[in-house]
Design a protein around this ligand. Sequence first.
Ligand code: 6R9
Length: 664
Amino acid sequence: MSASNSAIESVLVENRVFPPSDAVAKAARISGMAGYEALCAEAEKDFEGFWARLARENLQWTKPFTRTLDESNAPFFQWFADGELNASANCLDRHIGTPAENKTAIIFEADDGTVTRITYKELLARVSQFANALKAHGVEKGDRVLIYMPMTIEGVIAMQACARIGATHSVVFGGFSAKAVHERVIDAGAVAIVTANYQMRGGKELPLKAIIDEALATGGCDTLRHVFVYERTATPCNMVAGRDKTFTQALAGQSTECAPVPVGAEHPLFILYTSGSTGKPKGVQHSTGGYLLWAKLTMDWTFDLRPDDIFWCTADIGWITGHTYVTYGPLAAGATQIIFEGIPTFPNAGRFWQMIERHKCSIFYTAPTAIRSLIKAAEGDASVHPARSDLSSLRILGSVGEPINPEAWMWYYKNVGGERCPIVDTFWQTETGGHVITPLPGATPLVPGSCTLPLPGITAAIVDEMGNDIPNGTGGILVIKRPWPSMIRTIWNDPQRFKKSYFPEELKGYYLAGDGAVRSADRGYFRITGRIDDVLNVSGHRMGTMEIESALVAKTDLVAEAAVVGRPDDVTGEAICAFVVLKRSRPTGEEAKQIANELRNWVAKEIGPIAKPKDIRFGDNLPKTRSGKIMRRLLRSIAKGEQITQDTSTLENPAILDQLSQAN
Ligand code: 6R9
């Protein structure tokens, strides 16, 4: 790859383009834009035929489907509905009897650096054995099982075992509170919980089982019968007689063979709770057939997976990225993958780069927030810079979770990818099941900060509030016009909220993503401007908070990270409030005022005077969830000078709120 134009004038006029090199394009499964366009044309010509072909080629069906898409009860779309399959069989059994059966499925690196490898054959045996343990405790097809596990092989085993017997799992991220667990047990009507005694993060032993005990002690969990406890560490934990069993107890005497239970393609594989625009989390329900097709297909399309790749997605299984690109996609595709228990900064901030070298990782997929924090660490301490590690095994890089600002993109591209590896900036959501707008590494010319083009068959568009198409170059609402196989099926227990949230009447039946976006005038590339609720209107000008953030972090000598929110303003409608983490220590008093002014002028220069933040506050950090998402709702309250009344239990660093509340 080469920069066909390396000059950058402004973060908003991004004119660097990185086309795939001939060698990369030639070797890729989808080769060049002609390859991409051919698939798009096939989908356009015969939409259902396209998906039917891919579903037959990519999945093993115990009963073939005869009908591809049923739109009769829109927006409750059904895909491949009369077909039957099993997700676990499609991830494990399908490799038995092939050269992949003795291939390493998982390279697990524990927090303390201990490495464990497991082959497909061994993984199948362990999944089957745990599936038998679940069955022996009366867990059946259709039951819900809540999983509250650390990043371990056993976490994946628990999910796969549920899939094997047709139980619907609901994974709750191990950083969530007892209150969150309690709400989810009740909403899902879970009959069992799979957890661990403790989890190891950054050298610390943190309780998990104690949080389950606290959640269940709250009462009202009438459906819950069993708690299975994986002994991650040797430290004992409280066990309730009759209810709780260790893994050792539950697995004793269980066979390592378990026939997979075929389920209908629409059978709910899992429910995953995610935050919506209101306080109550939404239980996003996914199907078995359509979801699994997407997990497998995007491994091939977006990551161009090859048999000898070592794939590493750093996401936790508690998030959708960990579902699709740890538990299901890599296994369905027969990949060797790395699973990492710990945190990127332990024992030092070079851990990711050292692990890439140690395990010869070839495809690395992480979040912009991780990249930005590692940039900051590397700039402050050369010993943790990626240059200290041999990263020559890498061939593809990925980004997910939020827009990646062009500066972080360039750093990632140069310092991690050696200007050799395409970066796939994958836009998607819990609700989409897998990637929907993303570059393809051997086809799409890359533009930093842009997720480029929709996957074949994804009818993404930008519309106004009435669902009318908007011309390229103008910002609007991101929608997907036609259904796709891995889309959300409903909100568990709340079909009305599903309709209202994702298919509002005025949008002509289109799927509403909840993000704003703009397509470039020249290439029609998509750039996500942030959640619609994060779009500000200042003096009648529409502005993405992400745009302002991107401008702030473009001041690379000074700014490490920035989050921008709006607050009501009598004169301008909304005023811009920026929370900034500097690369140097946090300034106070006169110095803070002076730096704030410097930044205001910088933003004015980058975007225009209208984008100047009225209020700039400095912190040592930003309030983030443990998955790394900035909690903008809290920042909005702080910006308004309100008392924080929201639940802050999922916050990584609650102490930061007081600091940010102080005006400069
Ligand atoms: C996969 C995941 C979804 C929201 C989404 C958007 C943001 C994700 C992005 C991105 C810009 C990307 N988002 N990927 N924004 N570029 N490549 O993160 O799911 O946790 O449900 O979040 O994340 O705002 O709407 P989820």
